[in-house]
Design a protein around this ligand. Structure first.
Ligand SMILES: NC(=O)c1ccc[n+]([C@@H]2O[C@H](COP(=O)([O-])OP(=O)(O)OC[C@H]3O[C@@H](n4cnc5c(N)ncnc54)[C@H](OP(=O)(O)O)[C@@H]3O)[C@@H](O)[C@H]2O)c1
Length: 263
């Protein structure tokens, strides 16, 4: 009887996993928000290719956690500043996991206060920021397109930022890169339709940079109507929702920010 219940329970869980058999590539997937998205998509049924640049140990640990959930996981290393890594990451994922259905453009550069203001203007910094946060996501879409189309269920989620609409002068290049990524999300939705759907998710504060002092954190939280920070898991659940249920949506960018963007 117990065995039967377990079997029925497991069959129900499998049936509820709408993404069973699909493969997701999550850039910058080893830590923080990317880690939560990798785990959430694995729970939803995906095999996951965890991309990383420097976080080797965290990526391997995460792949083991995903394997323990009964999903396949591989890790793929690459510096997004180097365009030659973009096709390599896509092809390595397809070679190892057999297909590619979901691309999550999560990796990004965000500098500390005082490194990305007008006073600090540095063309090489701007080039690096735009390369990682804008051009690499578009390049990955370009190289992924044929695989996303072939599987028949292609989805892309770009991690943007509510600061795209409410830019901070102390993070100039970052905000501009994310505003351009919002535009790219809409443009790609048109360029890749009807076969592939493209979404944007714009967090407010999902998790603070480790360097932020308590006073700065309190100051920023006070501006949020819901009076708290979000969490990587909440962002990950929104990403999963869009991938699973956004069947008649494309080109939309959804804020998840405790209401900050309506203040
Ligand atoms: N955290 C928030 O509250 C928040 C708020 C608004 C928007 N967002 C957006 O949500 C996404 C995730 O946020 P997060 O705070 O978790 O991101 P993060 O920690 O700042 O960065 C995620 C990963 O990006 C990878 N990365 C950076 N430069 C790279 C490069 N040149 N090549 C390859 N990988 C590179 C790093 O991988 P390695 O560690 O392997 O080097 C890093 O772990 C980002 O797009 C961010 O802009 C986050």
């Amino acid at each position: 009887m117990t065995l039967l219940r377990l079997a029925v329970g497991s069959m129900t869980e499998q049936a509820e996993n709408k993404l069973n058999g699909l493969v997701a590539l999550v850039t910058g997937g080893a830590k923080r928000v990317g880690r939560a998205i990798s785990l959430e998509l694995a729970r939803a049924g995906c095999s996951v290719s965890v991309h990383y640049r420097t976080s080797d140990q965290e990526a391997q640990q995460l792949a083991a956690e995903i394997a323990a959930l009964g999903r396949r996981a591989v890790t793929v290393r690459g510096d997004l500043n180097d365009p030659s890594t973009w096709p390599t990451m896509i092809e390595a994922t397809v070679a190892d996991l057999g297909r590619l259905d979901v691309l999550i453009n999560n990796a990004s550069v965000f500098l500390g206060e005082g490194d990305d203001s007008l006073e600090d203007f540095d063309p090489s910094l701007w080039a690096r920021m735009l390369q990682t946060n804008l051009i690499a996501p578009v390049g990955l879409c370009h190289h992924a397109q044929k695989h996303l189309v072939a599987g028949g269920r292609g989805k892309i989620v770009n991690l943007c930022d509510v600061a795209a609409d409410r830019p901070w002068p102390s993070h100039l290049a970052y905000c501009v890169s994310k505003a351009a990524l919002v535009c790219a999300t809409k443009a790609l939705a048109r360029a890749m339709a009807p076969a592939v759907q493209v979404f944007g998710v714009s967090p407010g504060i999902a998790v603070f940079p480790e360097s932020y002092a308590a006073a700065l954190r309190d100051h920023l939280v006070a501006k949020v109507p819901q009076k708290r920070v979000g969490s990587p898991e909440e962002v990950a659940r929104l990403v999963r929702f869009l991938v699973e249920n956004g069947s008649y949506m494309t080109g939309q960018v959804i804020a998840i920010d405790g209401g900050r963007s309506v203040t």
